[in-house]
Design a protein around this ligand. Structure first.
Ligand code: ZN
Length: 317
């Protein structure tokens, strides 16, 4: 046992091999994951603290291990500290939900952003899991979601079909998810993070703790609700007295007048009876004056999320 400082150079990751309590002195940024401290945690004199664990009083024991030196960033993995921990004089400290099994105290910070948030999943239970600096990850047909900790990670997930959790800890991360008919629960802790959700997904921001984070939900493309455009309908009409039906994008509505939902894409369904000459309506007999409107939620042209791709192909046959 020693309480003499161990001198380190560069980034350090606590993995449970150090005798606890552990003190981390004068690091740059520190990223603590869910279940990483099996005891109390005290954060002293940090510039910024971002926490999803509620703050209160903690009484960590005297350190058995002191990690100091010319430190870069500090990381603690699940099981990283087998007792109490102290982080002193860091720049930014990110405390994920459920980091410490004991209490968390934040002493003399310059800035604190804190919310009481439950960890969405066990730490190992993600399709993509990144820790550190500037890594990238991808997944297709995911089951659970994405977790990133650190800075400047870049994650792309495709073909999401089941509900997912996205847990973003740190700064300057970029997570993009596309798929169909799934809901994505987003947890944000830190700053300058962006989560982008494709047009056929819905999103819920469970927590946004920090600043300058953004969740971008791409709009449903209105063209997908148009079965027959006006030009197509007129072309098909050919020559003679015909009844045609077509859809056009409805401008200016944020809410669907048909189903009452807030909508990205609303179309108006027109009917017209006219005498056509080479696709041109020479004489109009009847025209809908108050066309029915529908949106991505209530249109039968909208993708039915309950169907698999194969089922959808069968339906469209
Ligand atoms: Zn609607």
């Amino acid at each position: 046992m020693t309480n003499q400082p161990d001198s380190y150079d560069g980034d350090v990751t606590l993995t449970g091999h150090e005798d606890a309590p552990v003190a981390l002195r004068d690091p740059e940024d520190v990223f603590l994951r869910t279940d990483s401290v099996d005891g109390d945690l005290e954060v002293r004199n940090a510039e910024y603290v971002f926490s999803h664990q509620p703050t209160g009083d903690a009484s960590p024991g005297d350190p058995e291990t002191v990690v100091s030196g010319d430190l870069g960033d500090g990381y603690a993995e699940p099981g990283g500290v087998t007792g109490d921990a102290v982080v002193a004089d860091a720049e930014d400290v990110f405390v994920a939900a459920g980091t410490a099994s004991g209490d968390l105290a934040v002493v003399a910070p310059e800035n604190v952003y804190s919310d009481d948030v439950d960890a969405p999943r066990d730490p190992d239970d993600y399709d993509v899991s990144l820790t550190g600096w500037k890594q990238s990850g991808t997944a297709s047909d995911p089951d659970t979601g994405v977790r990133v900790s650190g800075a400047h990670h870049d994650v792309t997930v495709e073909k999401a079909r089941t509900d997912l959790d996205v847990y973003v800890v740190g700064h300057d991360h970029d997570v993009e998810i596309t798929g169909r008919g799934a809901s994505v629960s987003v947890h944000l802790l830190g700053y300058d993070n962006t989560v982008t959700l494709g047009p056929y997904l819905s999103g819920e921001v469970v927590a946004d703790t920090g600043f300058d984070n953004e969740v971008v939900e791409e709009p449903y493309p209105v063209e997908e609700l148009i079965e027959t455009s006006k030009d197509e309908a007129f072309d098909r009409a050919g020559f003679g007295r015909r009844k045609v039906t077509y859809q056009v994008p409805a401008e200016g509505d944020d809410w669907c007048p048909n189903c009452g939902e807030p909508a990205d894409a609303i179309v108006a369904r027109h009917q017209m009876e006219a005498f056509f000459v080479f696709g041109y309506p020479l004489k109009t007999y009847d025209q809908s004056t108050n066309p029915a409107k529908e949106c991505e939620h209530c249109s039968r042209s909208a993708f039915d999320a309950s169907l698999s791709e194969r089922e959808r192909k069968d339906v469209l046959k």
